[in-house]
Design a protein around this ligand. Structure first.
Ligand SMILES: Cc1ncc(COP(=O)(O)O)c(C=O)c1O
Length: 277
């Protein structure tokens, strides 16, 4: 008998075993370990799934945030507004780049960044807002994009916990989270909605110029082999992780629905507990 898992990775593996085992074997035999055809195919499949022009795979979700901020050209001292209730990585990268994190409160109903709190935090030094789609619940992107437009700010969606979520716009249309802001990021940490068998991450954008810049930043600032035009980082997705992610992507909606079912069961079980929202 196995304990009930927070995320049943062994159960997931049973459903994709043949494809994963075969794919990993092929990568080993091909020796194309970094980038290569598997990573490229995954990138294309994820672009199609998300309905976004560019997916740039990278090494993890923390790097994805850092690279997005580097790609946008944020400079020392620029203020970046984000939620005070998130995983540390969101704030860590802001500090790491010598930008100034400005933490604002979340609303108590879905734990996402509070719109009025964003408005109050804007100063002449504000350059970007980083909403976090926490626990798969979507931040209020219509309002956030309107504020950004009004104040000429970038929006970087931290979608590490939200991949596959649909955001319903005020006009009734839907977009996948991570594809609405100027740039979005995600994590493929094993327990995430779309989890690899190691670390992984990706950056999304519909902006061709930004995508080009970011493709260089993830790879030592290289746009042409051994020509280093900008300061970059080494942050690439490896082919073994791409095999796993390709095997899982067709099931992402099912995995997300299973999480929703579990959430509904907990909500029902605690419905009469006044102190639990
Ligand atoms: C909201 C959020 N942002 C960023 C990250 C960082 O992702 P990674 O662990 O892949 O670096 C995580 C992962 O836990 C996260 O939950």
């Amino acid at each position: 008998m196995r304990k009930i898992q927070m995320v049943d990775l062994q159960g997931q593996y049973e459903g994709i075993k043949d494809r994963v085992n075969k794919g990993l074997q092929e990568v080993i035999e091909s020796a194309a370990f970094i980038n290569g055809p598997e990573v490229h195919a995954f990138q294309k499949e994820l672009e199609e799934y998300l309905g976004v022009k560019h997916v740039i795979p990278c090494a993890n979700g923390t790097d994805a945030l850092q690279i997005a901020m580097m790609g946008l050209g944020l400079q020392r001292g620029d203020e970046v507004i984000t939620a005070d209730f998130t995983f540390a990585a969101t704030v860590e990268v802001i500090a790491l780049l010598n930008l100034t994190p400005v933490l604002v409160d979340v609303n108590p109903y879905n734990f996402n960044i509070d719109i009025e709190a964003i408005r109050k935090a804007i100063t002449p030094k504000t350059k970007a807002i980083v909403p976090v789609h926490l626990f798969g619940q979507t931040a209020n992107m219509d309002e956030i994009m309107a504020i950004a437009k009004e104040h000429d700010l970038y929006v970087i969606e931290d979608n590490a916990q939200g991949i596959g979520s649909n955001y319903m716009h005020g006009n009734g249309s839907k977009s996948k989270t991570g594809t609405i802001g100027h740039v979005g990021t995600t994590s493929f940490f094993p327990s995430k909605n779309l989890g690899a068998y190691g670390d992984g991450g990706a950056i999304f954008t519909n902006d061709d110029d930004l995508a080009h810049i970011i493709r260089g930043v993830v790879n030592h600032g290289m746009y042409e082999r051994y020509h280093h035009d900008v300061v970059g980082v080494n942050s690439r997705l490896d082919a073994m992780q791409a095999v796993v992610l390709r095997a899982k992507l067709p099931f992402l909606t099912d995995y997300n629905n299973a999480r929703r079912d579990a959430a509904r069961k907990y909500t029902a079980a605690f419905a009469n507990e006044e102190k639990i929202l």
